[in-house]
Design a protein around this ligand. Sequence first.
Ligand SMILES: [Ca+2]
Length: 276
Amino acid sequence: MGTPEERYAALVDALVSTSDARQGSDIDPTRKGFGSSGQLRIGGKIFAMLVRGRLVVKLPRQRVDGLIAAGDTTTGTATCSWTANIGTQNSQSFTIGIVAGNYYTRNSPLDNTVVTVSRPLSNFITGGGYLLMSSSAGLKPGDPGTRNNFGFNVKYNKGMTNLQGSINTILRNGGHAYQIKGNSMTSLAVQPLPAGGRATFYGKASIQDVTVPASPVSIDGNATLQVTLTDIGEPGTGDTIGITLWTKTGDLWFTSNWSGTKTVEQTLAGGNLVVH
Ligand SMILES: [Ca+2]
């Protein structure tokens, strides 16, 4: 965190270049008042100041009331509106992360999630959401209580001659975040049900350790991925999915829910699967 002076200096560095921010002596060097040894003003109003060796930050009353009411003065919420552009594709999965500016330095893939945006077309399967890990297994099982996020879409081309699609899934193990991406689908089987359907698909996938966002580490570039899923209608509260991944040497690297002998489909903790 640093000393109050260092934290104040960091605030000034971060904000003083903005057009309506003024620091200390820029305002009125002759004025000797409360906290005048260091004042950062935004739009003419004091935002931060040094008072007798302590850093004081002024927040709007509503914000302060909200922090106190929540009983947690270190946690807040933020929202962001975003329009997805999937171009001419039928579906695309996006990895969504959180980065806050200024004082906040956390940028951890452990927080990331996957969102799938799809056009409402027929003859393909798509889905997105997450499982809560409880009986994961393999070389890198998802730690109990963590999320295994996923997003995918798989379909045959118009001539029904080759498969197109992709999958993006994230799991957490021992403080690491691993991202598995598959863009080469090798088989798809679909069995319609009255309100949805069952599907199984296989593909080739890459595995990366993405714990440090700026320097992802490749684990495997030619892993085999199997996904089995059951769509029992909308919304996805009863839908189930099982994800299994083997390394190129055939080792079981990850299974979302292991019975001891095979991967068993597990009910989604959030999201939806759609088999058309
Ligand atoms: Ca569904």
